[in-house]
Write a protein that binds this ligand. Structure first.
Ligand code: SAM
Length: 325
């Protein structure tokens, strides 16, 4: 069984946001003000188990836990174990800022975590601190080392490039791929944080410009064969261990290959990151047969997945933090 939308796209990848809370306040993502606890109605371990059983029965085989910061959620290991134990799920990953990975890695790996994407937007401590509003880059660099030591594979690093904030960090970030099998992915800044439109337009940097900066420093990049359904176009600095990817969501939208559905932490299916449409599926979690009800909800959501989303700056009801990137 496959979950296929109205445009023939096979939906295989689930993003589950398990909390709206985050201990970093990245300028491109987080409105100021930190929630101290998860609001009532936040997705539970049992909810995740039921949702994954329904999704896997429809052929969805990859799950990524995100947020907010998924590691601030105490029950993350149980959720990872639920994913790893769901027949049909092949890929269990997290997207994290890495700040508390050392503290929690044992329970995550024991639960069945296979791989990590770690956000790293700067290597310079001051730039990193400014961008995350207080984060310590050395803690995150340590989490990256640890991920490699643990044999998690692949270890991907996500960097959102923002003009006047961290674009000067691009060569240092690219250099992370030289000596070790680290996969650095440069993500175009999307207007998902309700920033003033003019400021956003000033700060947006295209993937082509980021690539130009890298090639200026390291020479022409060599192409690496990639799965066409992957959002990243992947290259390599000659002789390097890792790769450099570009996720050009704004300048080269990859909607025609999109294979994702998102579950928000307040139990809404968001068929497209860049479209406000959300389906409130909370009642399905309390149905007599939640797995059957969630299957129906997933089929309905697949039928509502838009052909493409819009990256034009607009005021959005929900910022990235609440959706789960
Ligand atoms: N807290 C985790 C982290 O820091 O990776 C997971 C959540 S975060 C919302 C997930 C991803 O979304 C990060 O890689 C982040 O860089 C990306 N992201 C957030 N806001 C973005 C924006 N405005 N444009 C592009 N990517 C964004």
């Amino acid at each position: 069984m496959k979950l296929i939308d109205n445009y023939g796209r096979v939906l295989k990848d689930l993003r589950i946001s398990i909390t709206p809370r985050c201990n970093y306040h990245c300028v491109y993502c987080h409105p100021l003000g930190m929630e101290m606890s998860d609001p009532p109605g936040t997705v539970s371990v049992a909810d995740v188990r039921h949702f994954l059983a329904a999704a896997a029965s429809l052929g969805m085989d990859a799950v990524r836990f995100t947020g907010g910061e998924p590691l601030v959620r105490r029950e993350l290991p149980e959720m990872i174990a639920a994913a790893a134990g769901t027949p049909g799920v092949k890929d269990v990953a997290i997207t994290t800022n890495g700040s508390i990975f050392r503290k929690r890695h044992k329970e995550l790996v024991a639960a069945g975590l296979q791989r990590v994407n770690i956000s790293l937007d700067a290597v310079d401590p001051q730039v990193f601190r400014r961008l995350t509003r207080g984060g310590d880059v050395n803690v995150v660099l340590d989490a990256i080392d640890l991920s490699l030591e643990l044999g998690l594979h692949p270890v991907k690093l996500n960097a959102v490039v923002i003009g006047g904030v961290n674009e000067s960090e691009v060569p240092a970030l690219a250099a992370m791929s030289l000596e070790r099998p680290l996969h650095v992915r440069f993500i175009e800044y999307m207007h998902l944080n309700n920033a003033p439109f003019d400021e956003y337009r000033r700060q947006y940097v295209s993937g082509a410009e980021t690539r130009r900066r890298i090639e200026e420093r390291f020479g022409k990049l060599e192409p690496v064969e990639t799965d066409p359904s992957s959002p990243a176009r992947v290259w390599r600095i000659a002789g390097s261990q890792g790769t450099i990817g570009f996720i050009n969501s704004v300048s080269e939208p990859f909607c025609s290959h999109c294979s994702r559905l998102r579950l928000t932490s307040d139990k809404k299916i968001r068929p497209c990151l860049l479209t406000e449409l959300e389906l409130d599926i909370a009642p399905a979690f309390t149905a007599a047969d939640p797995v059957a009800a969630l299957r129906e909800a997933l089929l309905l959501a697949a039928g509502k997945k838009p052909k493409q989303g819009s990256t034009l700056p607009t005021l959005r009801e929900r910022v990235m933090l609440g959706i789960g990137g």
